[in-house]
Design a protein around this ligand. Structure first.
Ligand SMILES: [Ca+2]
Ligand SMILES: [Ca+2]
Length: 554
């Protein structure tokens, strides 16, 4: 999270109890199966931290095959403890930080694992999204970083950086895009950064796994394009999200976003008990865009509907998840919905999720870049980071503890295991932490599977055409006379219930200015500034599909 000076918006608590919906209406028509097709699997394989942070001790990022977020957290923080802009070598040895989180003092710092991490991330994400015609891409931008020389604990490097996104094109509406993302850049002095935010982007892997498993089990595909991401340049001012919007969203007037889902961090509050003490359970704030701050009326309506749905999703996920915290003395029941509370005559846990419209007053993150362009946002975080935008404040004891964790050598898994669990050495995986990670993955996944967000579509027909436009070299807004790369990666066919990749397809481009081209990866420069209509026709198994997008060239 990035500290900000001030935000002045009005907070409002929403409490809407809604019944469980047995099935979701698919955006492409027809009913798909329900929430019971999301498999709840919180328990990690790495139940103990290795005695030393030696990469040889933690060889597998995905030991259970379900992309458990806690397991990936252990792997990442030990293999790639620092990730900053301007990494000069892709061959640094894994590890390198001292004892779960301390770097050498400035100016030596830690080995920079940005490039190594990107390679790992793309390979791992491709293994999840490729069976759906998807692809993992690194979007280059220049991160301004902080002023040199870097001396403080909150400093971040300047230079080349890469936003990471694994994309599955929508079978019905490829021009609608939903992003779920954490960030992966870490400051010079807080190398392991479990809370901010190795946890966040590790949970994005679990979400990608949950959602693709759901589509596999229900015989459906995403109706709308979904991107599983990890931003760079968040710590130095949400520069990554800003660059992506500038280069990949704004040049396309036909693109729209039903929602933006953020994780950085998400777990750490409910259902965890603060240091394993049953007397203290930190609420988890549900941060949503403030409809009152939307400039345009359609955006206001969209945000209001999205915010209402967020409370429905909370109830449905809590109906779905039933569990106990067995590592605290009283073994309390967790994930009790309003509906279950009424039935069982016990207290509901939905009120452990107060709504903060506009977020917290002193911290911000990538979601702010989407909220300011009228996109609804969903972000959960432990209620420890100071007053909400609306003025509501949080508990002074856990507030002081948590703010000293962020961006310091204490922001590591040992600290978070102790913060959320019973074993104060931090060596034992905390139930509050790993069940919180799984809860976050379920809340985000089920929300995105809603028909008004990403949805699930039964589609048995022919190909899906999809492309992205990129500027080679240094990305910048598209300019007249400048080469633009048009890449049809993500286009896919569908034959006999199976996805057929780009190698089995033919691609025809029409740039709307008299120019045409063939092939999956072409370049074109528009002579004149203005709005150009670009069409890609994909021909393959089962027929053809055309994707037309207007491109703004400045
Ligand atoms: Ca490196
Ligand atoms: Ca429940």
């Amino acid at each position: 999270m990035k500290r900000v000076r001030s935000l002045a918006v009005v907070g409002l608590a929403l409490t809407i109890a809604m019944p469980l919906l047995p099935s979701a209406q698919a955006a492409g028509g027809g009913n798909v199966a329900g929430i019971t097709d999301l498999l709840y699997q919180p328990n990690p394989a790495y139940s103990q931290m290795p005695a030393s942070p030696d990469p040889a001790e933690v060889k597998k990022p995905n030991p259970k095959g379900n992309w458990n977020a806690y397991d990936l957290n252990v792997f990442e923080t030990i293999h790639f403890p620092t990730r900053q802009a301007a990494d000069e070598s892709a061959k640094d040895a894994p590890g390198g930080a001292i004892a779960h989180g301390a770097c050498q003092p400035h100016p030596v710092g830690c080995a920079n694992h940005s490039l190594e991490f990107i390679k790992f991330w793309r390979g791992a994400m491709n293994s999840i999204v490729k069976p759906w015609g998807g692809f993992a891409r690194a979007y280059e931008f220049i991160n301004a970083g902080d002023a040199e020389p870097r001396t403080g604990v909150l400093t971040a490097r300047s230079g080349k950086a890469y936003n990471l996104q694994a994309t599955i094109p929508g079978a019905v509406h490829p021009e609608k895009v939903v992003i779920v993302s954490g960030h992966y850049d870490q400051t010079d002095s807080g190398p392991a950064s479990a809370w901010d935010s190795a946890e966040g982007h590790a949970t994005v892997f679990r979400i990608a796994k949950l959602m693709t498993d759901y589509w596999r089990k229900t015989g459906t595909r995403p109706a709308v394009t979904v991107k599983f991401g990890a931003w760079a340049g968040e710590e130095s001012g949400t520069n990554g999200a800003e660059a992506w919007i500038r280069d990949n969203l704004k040049p396309f007037p036909d693109m729209s976003m039903p929602g933006y889902f953020n994780l950085d961090p998400c777990a750490g509050g409910y259902p965890a008990y603060y240091h394993g003490n049953p007397a203290y359970q930190i609420p988890t704030v549900m941060q949503l865009a403030n409809p009152a701050s939307a400039i345009q009326a359609p955006a206001k309506k969209k945000i209001e509907a999205f915010n209402k749905l967020a409370r429905v999703v909370l109830g449905e996920v809590f109906n779905h998840l039933d569990d106990k915290m067995t590592d605290v003395p009283t073994e309390p029941q967790i994930f009790v919905s309003n509906e279950e509370a009424k039935k069982l005559g016990v207290a509901s846990h939905e009120d452990k999720f107060p709504v903060a419209l506009g977020g917290v007053r002193l911290f911000s993150s990538d979601y702010a870049r989407f909220e300011e362009i009228g996109v609804p946002i969903f972000n959960l975080f432990a209620d420890t980071l100071g007053p909400h935008a609306g003025g509501a404040t949080n508990h002074p004891i856990w507030h002081a503890d948590s703010v000293t964790i962020l961006h310091t050598p204490r922001d590591n898994l040992l600290t978070m295991n102790a913060f959320t669990g019973v074993d104060q050495t931090g060596m034992t995986a905390s139930q509050g932490w790993y069940k919180g990670l799984e809860m976050c993955a379920h809340l985000h996944s089920w929300f995105m599977l809603k028909p008004s967000i990403v949805g699930s579509a039964k589609k048995t027909g022919g190909p899906v055409a999809y492309f992205e436009a990129l500027t080679p070299g240094t990305p910048a807004p598209f300019a007249a006379g400048k080469k633009i790369v048009f890449d049809a990666n993500g286009s896919h066919g569908y034959r006999g219930g199976k996805i057929v990749g780009p190698s089995k397809l033919k691609f025809k481009w029409n740039f709307g200015d008299g120019s045409r081209a063939k092939g999956g990866h072409v370049t074109h420069a528009f002579k004149k500034a203005g709005i150009h209509k670009v069409s890609l026709t994909v021909i393959g198994a089962g027929g053809r599909d055309t994707y037309t997008m207007r491109v703004a060239v400045g």
